[in-house]
Design a binder for this molecule. Structure first.
Ligand SMILES: Cc1cc2nc3c(=O)[nH]c(=O)nc-3n(C[C@H](O)[C@H](O)[C@H](O)COP(=O)(O)OP(=O)(O)OC[C@H]3O[C@@H](n4cnc5c(N)ncnc54)[C@H](O)[C@@H]3O)c2cc1C
Length: 378
């Protein structure tokens, strides 16, 4: 009998796992992807949209074009998973039975959890990035504050990358000397990874970007134009950009599959749900304390796919497990970038910023559509 493999979410992780399971099981499994929009969005590009370096249309493709022909795409929202009955309920009222289920619904941003926060700009959604670019184009001078309103958030280096790109943008417009850029970090350094923070902090200082540590954004006063931290510090701004709080999707919370923030508890090596059989979770959806990044979703998807395929074929589980591998680029502005690599056993390392890493990131951004959905790294 053909096994029913259902994947919730057609983002980075969901697309890779679906394509790999279909390929590896050669007809023994029928793979279905359920995605709310049916549009695959390349989120790292939001950074560039926000500073006018990328067109929004370049970041979106029809999910149906990225999936193998033998994978079925259902454009619908999953509203509830019933692990006992092994079925998924969809917004349309339809129900889908499954033998194996992959949760790949990513995360959602919840700026409304910050009092006054919806007045802030962000580059964490397409709408936010487009709106931010408009605001920057209209900006003539003053203080731009960039803060973090909750951990964990997607792509930990993104706020640092953004301030470097912002510095370039303001210089190109010839108004850099009229603008103060202030980066507020929840930690005592630029962002979570210590080694890379040490590398980028002198560059922040050199570019005249002020870094304030231990500033966990608690609330915003849009009238007085101030942002206040949990540590009880208040900062004035003319333009405020916040990394919004993140949490798991509503379907995870409604179904009782996650923790109090909707992150799904999984074994950090096998990606199997710790409480429910036949359920895997990958990418931003999990509670693994590791970067919420596309690269993690990618590496995890190939591990989950191999395990599911082995189970469908009645074979022994593969010996290869997820080892915590992360590989990200970090733009440092002026046409340079560095990388961040680590895994569970090896601490992060970052080389000195160089042009080649910037070009490697630019190449990856373009090659993404042709390689990543198939589970290949360019
Ligand atoms: C500004 C920014 C910069 C970034 N830069 C980098 C970077 O340089 N490198 C890097 O590796 N990562 C980066 N990331 C992070 C990366 O984009 C995410 O970590 C990655 O997309 C996570 O993949 P995922 O498959 O877990 O979730 P997603 O790609 O978010 O996909 C989730 C999918 O689930 C669907 N969905 C949600 N709810 C439901 C539901 N109820 N039913 C059905 N479908 C549902 C959504 O429509 C979406 O298609 C960045 C992110 C941002 C915002």
């Amino acid at each position: 009998m053909t096994a029913q493999v259902v994947v919730l979410g057609g983002g980075v992780g969901g697309t890779i796992v679906a394509n790999l399971v279909a390929k590896q099981t050669s007809g023994k499994a029928h793979v279905t992807v359920v995605d709310t929009t049916g549009i695959h969005v390349y989120q790292p590009g939001f950074l560039y949209v926000a500073v006018g370096q990328e067109k929004p249309s370049a970041l979106e493709r029809l999910e149906s074009k990225l999936l193998r022909q033998d994978v079925t795409l259902i454009v619908d929202g999953a509203t509830r998973v019933d692990p006992a009955a092994r079925r998924v309920e969809l917004e349309s009222g339809r129900t889908l039975p499954y033998d194996q289920l992959v949760l790949a619904t990513g995360s959602r941003t919840v700026m409304n959890e910050v009092p006054g926060g919806t007045a802030a700009h962000d580059f964490y959604t397409m709408t936010g990035a487009k709106r931010l670019f408009k605001a920057l184009e209209a900006f003539r001078g003053g203080t731009i504050v960039i803060g973090v309103a909750g951990i964990p958030y997607k792509c930990p280096p993104a706020p640092v990358e953004f301030v470097f790109l912002l510095d370039d943008y303001l210089r190109a417009r010839g108004i850099r000397e009229k603008v103060q850029i202030k980066l507020l970090s929840p930690l005592n350094r630029a962002f979570t990874i210590e080694a890379t923070s040490k590398l980028v902090q002198p560059i922040l200082a050199e570019r005249g970007i002020e870094l304030t540590g231990f500033f966990n954004v608690e609330s915003v006063d849009p009238v007085g134009r101030t942002v206040t931290s949990l540590e009880d510090e208040t900062m004035s701004y003319d333009l405020l950009i916040l990394v919004p709080p993140h949490r798991g999707q509503q379907v995870i919370e409604t179904s009782g599959l996650g923790d109090e923030r909707g992150w799904v508890p999984v074994d950090k090596n096998t990606l199997k749900h710790t409480r429910f059989d036949h359920i895997w979770a990958i990418g931003d959806t999990t509670n693994i304390p590791i970067s919420k990044s596309g690269s993690v979703a990618h590496y995890e998807a190939s591990v989950a796919a191999a395990e599911i395929s082995a189970e469908v074929k009645g074979e022994a589980p593969p010996t290869h497990v997820y080892d915590g591998k992360v590989m990200c680029f970090l733009e440092t502005g002026r046409g340079q970038a560095t990388t961040i690599r680590f895994d569970y056993d090896h601490p992060p390392v970052s080389p000195a910023p160089a042009r080649r890493w910037h070009w490697a990131k630019a190449l990856f951004n373009k090659a993404y559509w042709h390689t990543v959905p198939k589970g290949r790294l360019p």
